[in-house]
Design a binder for this molecule. Structure first.
Ligand code: EPZ
Length: 441
């Protein structure tokens, strides 16, 4: 039965939440366990759907997966790795984007793989052309099949000289997970260098891989013949931390995010301070609060790391609806990541979307008919509304807008939130939110 969340808005969120392993690292590190010839242990595992999807896919391929929810760790033993029945894999089609990262490890382990059609948030076309291009350069044979992709390496996988047209996180992970056991040297230019990428490199290095990262976004990998299992604690989820920080600002609250790491949030913290948010960094985490008084508008441009992350802008836009003046957000990573603003406008926000690159630099989406710049005027009084959660980060922004709004809101589509924010309802209740979950009539 689908769930309905009823929200009574107007109450500041105050209290403490804990963030665990990053959603955008943990599933990738789990896939990396396939490359080892002994078991791997990953700690600080969040209870989110993306982890369930990868656990199920690993088990379909003969990997034993033991999740110790008490310890928050997962042990994966790849000894029994085998081909999975495609009908079973099909069941996972559309669940997530992670399955595409099974290509390299499965080709190394069993010489072939069938990857179901991908899912993931609807925030743009999200092609996988970069992934397929790099796999072919490693010597893989890629066949598009109904329902997914069949891939094999009849002559094994060899190192390659690669350059990405855009620093794609997923394509960089594809290269890392394939190159570490390919024959010879791989050079990847134009790589993504997000903290989650560095954490995956740390995992692979623990397994015996040889990887260097240069300052010019070039990653060099020397292929090795065997890798062993790893023992690793995943870095904390900076995107969840930034989401709760924006919630504190939007609702006039005060939230301590345990395990939030300043090192991974530098660009976010600078922006937070410029808007007028306060934060205090301790060894245990970061406290975020609304200092009272007016919030300042600003011009913001999303970018790849170390810029302002695209995953941070949706919750922050809600805070910008409360700033005094006109703000501009130019989304340069995804072409269609402002769909969530429709519901905010219905709640009373003043947000206009534009096709032009409104910010400092023209991006890939300029003049291509994508509404990828937003102009936000504030402050406005938000009123409760009814909405269906569109995607992970946009959904979070709907919920904090409802928590900031006057009156009652009703939200459906909550299962999307569970893809990336563990124990979401418990956290809202711990922060004093007046929310109630019921069966949708
Ligand atoms: C990862 O997605 C994250 N997801 C995203 O987080 C994050 O927004 C994104 O990286 C950017 O940081 C996971 O790690 C599971 P990309 P990914 O490949 O790897 C284009 C969230 O809310 N592109 O870096 O899929 C693509 O269309 C999610 O946690 C191609 O054109 O992102 C996009 O415009 C949302 N062809 C740009 O590159 C390709 O083959 C960046 O995508 C691959 C990507």
């Amino acid at each position: 039965m689908a769930k309905l969340l009823t929200i009574q808005g107007g109450k500041p969120l105050t209290g403490e939440v804990t963030v665990r392993g990053a959603k955008n690292l943990v599933p990738k590190a789990m896939v990396a366990a396939l490359l080892g010839n002994t078991p791997s242990v990953l700690r600080s595992i969040p209870e989110i759907k993306d982890v369930d999807v990868v656990s199920a896919l690993l088990e379909l391929h003969g990997v034993t997966v033991d999740w110790d929810s008490q310890a928050g760790s997962i042990t994966m033993d790849p000894a029994g790795v085998r081909q999975a029945k495609s009908a079973e894999i099909d069941a996972h089609a559309g669940d997530s984007r992670i399955p595409i990262l099974f290509c390299g490890p499965l080709m190394h382990a069993i010489g072939e793989a069938f990857i179901p059609d991908l899912g993931g948030c609807k925030i743009g076309d999200r092609p996988i052309d970069y992934h397929l291009e790099v796999l072919r350069n490693f010597g893989a044979v890629v066949d598009k099949r109904p329902g997914g992709i069949s891939i094999s390496a009849p002559k094994g996988l060899h190192g390659a000289k690669l350059e990405l047209p855009y620093p794609s996180v997923g394509a960089t992970e594809q290269v890392l997970l394939t190159a570490v056991k390919a024959e010879g040297i791989t050079e990847l230019k134009g790589a993504a260098v997000e903290p989650e990428i560095h954490d995956l490199i740390a995992v692979l290095q623990k397994m015996g891989a040889i990887i260097t990262v240069q300052t010019d976004r070039t990653i060099r990998i020397e292929g090795v013949s065997t890798l062993r299992g790893y023992n690793h604690t995943a870095l904390p989820d900076r995107n969840e931390a930034a989401s709760w920080a924006s919630a504190a600002l939007a609702t006039g609250g005060d939230i301590f995010v345990r395990h939030a790491s300043q090192r991974d949030l530098t660009a976010f913290l600078n922006t937070y301070r410029k808007i007028g948010g306060e934060f205090d960094v301790t060894d245990e985490g970061i406290r975020f609060w609304h200092a009272g008084g007016e919030l300042n508008p600003l011009v913001l441009e999303t970018d790849v790391h170390p810029g302002f992350m695209t995953d941070w802008q949706q919750p922050l836009v809600v805070a910008l609806t409360q700033a005094t003046g006109v703000s501009i957000v130019h989304e340069t990573v995804y072409e269609n990541r402002f769909g969530f603003t429709d519901a905010l406008v219905r709640m009373g926000a003043s947000i206009q979307l534009h096709r032009e690159c409104l910010g400092s630099i023209p991006c890939r989406f300029g003049q291509r008919n994508f509404l990828h710049s937003a102009v936000i005027s504030g402050p406005v009084r938000l009123k409760g509304a009814t909405f269906d959660i569109p995607d992970l980060r946009g959904g979070f922004s709907h919920l904090i807008a409802a928590l900031a709004a006057e009156g009652t809101s009703k939200a459906t589509g909550l299962e999307i939130i569970n893809r990336g924010y563990e124990h979401f309802m418990d956290k809202l209740l711990a922060l004093g939110a007046d929310v109630e979950l019921s069966d949708e009539s």
